[in-house]
Design a protein around this ligand. Sequence first.
Ligand code: NAP
Ligand code: ZN
Ligand code: ZN
Length: 352
Amino acid sequence: MIKTTGYAAHHAGAKLAPFEFEHRELGAHDILIEILYCGVCHSDVHQTRGEWGANIFPMVPGHEIVGSVSRVGAAVTRYKVGDFVGVGCMVDSCRECVSCHENLEQFCEEGFTATYNSLEREQGIPTRGGYANYIVVRDEFVLRIASNVDLARTAPLLCAGITTYSPMRQWNVGVGQKVAVIGLGGLGHMAVKLAAAFGAEVTLFTRSSAKQEDALRLGASKVVVSTDEAAMAAVQNQFDFILDTVSAPHDLNAHLRTLKRDGVMVMVGMSPDSMPVSPENLVMGRRILAGSLIGGIAETQEMLDFCGKHKITSDIELINIQDINHAYERMDKADVKYRFVINMGSLQTDKP
Ligand code: NAP
Ligand code: ZN
Ligand code: ZN
C-alpha cells in the first residue's frame, strides 16, 4: 500500500482537514502519480457538502489533477517516470460495454469509477482524489500533458475544459453561430474561451455586472446581466446554442426564450435543486433542452491537444492547500477569477 497525505472532509459539510490514507499498491497497469497541482471544481463543493446524495467519507476531493509519473506497473508502456500527466473525473470503467467501446466511458453502463467518492472496481476501497500528494490510476485513464505548457493553468482543463469542450463538439459549435454562456465561473470562463476559439460569436449571461470587462477579455463580444429583465427581453430568439454552467437554481425559462428556432441549450451545471421549465418555451420555436457529462478519455486528450495548439489555459488563482476552506467560501459568493488551483507542494508545510 502507498502512504498518502491529503485534505479530506470527514463528514458532509465538514471543513477540509489533513488526512492520512493509503492507495493500493501498483498493479501491472497502474501508474503512481505525484500530484503537483489540482483545480478546485464546484463539484468538489457539492459533494463534500453531501448535496448530491450518497457519499463516502472521509472524502478527499479533486479531479483536475496534473502531476508527474513516479512509478509504473510492469505492463505500462505509454508512460515513463518523469512524464507530465493529467487525471480528470474518471479513474476506471467496465471497459467492455457499448458506451466504453464508443469511448464514452462517462456513460459506462456499470457506472464509471469516479476519481473520488467512488469505490475501486477490484479492491472495493474508496477512491480518493487530487487534494493529496499521490494518486494511483490505471494507464488507460491517464492523460498526456505536453512538457511546454503551464502545468497549474492546465489542471482545470481536466474537468472544466472537457465539460465545456464536449457539448460544443457534440452540437457542432462553430463559425457563424451565436453562442451564449450562462455564469462566469470555472466552467463558464473555459466555455467563453473555447466557443471563441471555435469561431462563434459569444455572449455571456451573468448576474455579476462587475465581470463584464473580464468576459470581453476572455473572448465574449457581449455581456447581458441576467437579472435585468429588459436586457433579457432584448435578446429573445437570438442564440443557436447556450451552455448553462450555473451551480444553483436559476430561471431556465428566461434563458430558453433567448434561443432561436431549433436552438439548443445544454445544461452542465448541476444544481442540487430542480428548476421549472415551461413547455411553451420549448414548443414555440422547437427548442431543445439537453445535458452533457464531462467527456470520454479520448475526447479529453483531443481537448488537451486542441488547447495546447491554440494556447488555451485557465485563468487561475494559485492557492496553498491550507487556504481551501476559504476558497470554498469565495466560490459560494461566485468570487473566483476564474479557477482556484492548489499548489500541492504546500502540503509539506503541514509536516511538523
Ligand atoms: P463556479 O466556478 O462556482 O461557477 C458557477 C457560476 O454560476 C458562478 O460563477 C456564477 O456566475 C453562477 N451562479 C452561481 N450561483 C448562481 C445563482 N444562484 N444564480 C445564477 N447564477 C449563479 O462553478 P463551476 O466549477 O464552474 O461548476 C458549475 C456547475 O457545473 C456546478 O454545479 C458543477 O457541479 C457542475 N459541473 C458539471 C459537470 C458535468 O459534467 N456536467 C462537470 C463539472 C462541473 P456569475 O457570477 O457570472 O453569475
Ligand atoms: Zn469538476
Ligand atoms: Zn462500461
